[in-house]
Design a protein around this ligand. Structure first.
Ligand SMILES: [Zn+2]
Length: 292
């Protein structure tokens, strides 16, 4: 199985268009490496058919940056399916970008799918032909076999997307994905609000854990937002009860994704960056690829 990180940044990307924080300024000045698109990954069992997790507003650029995802014929795509971990704009808006009458297979829980489709007049652009989008419903913790791999969606603590703030809270609004092929497995968890026994169980049954690296500190958005990391449903890495301690004790390979533009780990000269590496945790970049 091949897994490739298409985008490693949190919502807004890096740099974020309206952000003048030290990191974003540093990136624009060429001091902090290449820019980063919004979080998603692609995986394939055979190297020919690919599934994407998260369909970010950057999907078009992500496909163009990834030759394995290019069409192989006049009208074609190697993308066999798209998995949605939650209904945030960051994970769904890209579907509207893929509107060029290509049949799409979308895998999502009912809560996520209805949140995107219902009352969304823009969705009609994906209904120009009867088979344009096929939704495959995922149920919490029920494994499905798809195309040579086993997929399980597992609800983890998160939050409702801002445009669904009046909806009924439903655990299936935010899920982790565990993808298993034979004896090897990885998990994709870009949004983890807090530690839980479920989370620990997932981490112990996979070979690779792609984990929420949004914030390093609880107060990282001071002066930029009224909310703290945990109030935004992201367990920060550092601090006394930070996720880095949890991650440092896991036996699997651990890779941070969904990194916010304010996060000091983006600066390779920072203490935060050094602490992450010292804990044995990797920091993904766009195009980061591994085989398992
Ligand atoms: Zn910034």
């Amino acid at each position: 199985m091949i897994v490739r990180v298409l985008g490693s940044a949190a919502g807004g990307g890096f740099p974020q268009w309206n952000c003048g924080c030290a990191n974003c300024v540093g990136q624009r000045n060429g001091k902090l490496g290449p820019p980063r698109t919004q979080a998603s990954c692609a995986f394939s069992i055979d190297g020919a058919r690919w599934f994407i997790i998260g369909c970010s507003p950057d999907i078009r650029a992500q496909i163009e940056a990834t030759p394995a995802l290019w069409p192989r014929a006049h009208r074609d795509t190697p993308i066999a399916g798209i998995l949605l971990p939650n209904g945030d704009i960051d994970n769904t808006l890209g579907l509207l970008n893929l509107r060029e009458s290509q049949p799409l297979h979308v895998y999502a829980t009912a809560a996520v799918w209805r949140g995107f489709v219902e009352g969304n007049s823009l969705y009609r652009t994906l209904e120009r032909q009867p088979d344009q989008v096929t939704w495959h419903e995922l149920e919490d913790r029920r494994a499905q076999t798809i195309d040579g791999f086993e997929l399980m969606a597992i609800s983890v603590p998160g939050k409702l997307p801002p445009h669904l703030r009046d909806a009924e809270p439903d655990a299936a609004h935010n899920v982790a994905f565990v993808v298993r092929a034979g004896a090897r497995a990885f998990a994709w968890l870009p949004t983890v609000a807090a530690p839980s026994t479920t989370l620990a169980a997932i981490a112990h049954e996979v070979d690779v854990l792609f984990f929420d690296g949004t914030f390093f500190t609880e107060s990282e958005l001071d002066g930029l937002s009224a909310r703290t990391a945990r109030q935004m449903s992201h367990w920060p890495l550092g601090g006394e009860d930070g996720s880095l301690e949890f991650l440092s004790e896991l036996p699997c390979r651990r890779v941070l994704v969904h990194i916010n533009n304010t996060n000091p780990i983006l600066d390779p000269t920072s203490d935060a960056h050094a602490r992450v590496l010292a804990a044995g945790v990797e920091i993904a970049h766009d195009g980061f690829e591994l085989s398992l």
